[in-house]
Ligand binder design. Sequence first.
Ligand SMILES: C[S@@+](CC[C@H](N)C(=O)[O-])C[C@H]1O[C@@H](n2cnc3c(N)ncnc32)[C@H](O)[C@@H]1O
Length: 281
Amino acid sequence: MNQSTQSLTGLYAEHQGKVSDKWSSYLTLYEAELAPIRQTVRSILEIGVQNGGSLEVWAKYFASAESIVGCDVNPKCAHLVYADPRISIVVGDATQPAVCQQVVALADGFDVIVEDGSHIPREVILAFLRYWPHVKPGGIFIAEDLHCDYFPSHEGGIARRDIANRFFAELVHVINLEHWASSTAISTLLREFAPADVVEQAGLAGSIASISFRNSLAILHKVSAPSDSLLGTRVIVGDEAIADAQVLALRAAGGDSLGVMRATPERDHVANSFASLFNRR
Ligand SMILES: C[S@@+](CC[C@H](N)C(=O)[O-])C[C@H]1O[C@@H](n2cnc3c(N)ncnc32)[C@H](O)[C@@H]1O
């Protein structure tokens, strides 16, 4: 089979050379997530590469990619050598701003970022906040091995408030930001998880299209355009309202002939505070 059409599971099954270490369920789930964008992905980053084999597999899977970047804190990773000139490695702690700068300089944003580093919740959260601004519009951020959230050996525990799964779950409120933006700052919402300046620099407002969870994975999609994150206008159609006619009165008071509600002072207020958040990004 042509390498550009072989499935991720197939590519892993036939891979030789540098070692990669992934759970089987990830390969199936990644295939579902990544197959639709496989031909358009130009850049991918993996944080935590260890023996480096995953970068070789990504290079085969994303045949059209121009930039496949790995980052690992282990100095031994400096000795990883690749025949494929599209693959590069940065050695250093990915959560450090200087290392982040080095990494992001290697591509014009990333279509896909896979976070597979220390799995210490605090570092997973920090890595997400540092690299999320560098996910391209419509791109994907995947945090792997979130079962480590539950391990004391990784500074985790099911009773802890500050684990990565809870952080990613909390981000649902960022998806719904337009409804509370004027009352609280995102950095206040997330104060248990990361310092305010780090949260502010992550540019979260209006940026998250979806968050999904699978066993040990969190998968976040970035919006393609800021308007994708908005609820939109209210559409009220039809003329018979036998259970509650108020909805027709609402349309008559504020809607156009199709029932699309015009702005009210309250909706304006929410929209304005949301717009100012975008402008601050
Ligand atoms: C689970 S292994 C990565 C496995 C690899 N992704 C694969 O698929 O085969 C985790 C790696 O993350 C690296 N790591 C841990 N903390 C890191 C950090 N803060 N920045 C970059 N790499 C880190 C470790 O050195 C280790 O090599």
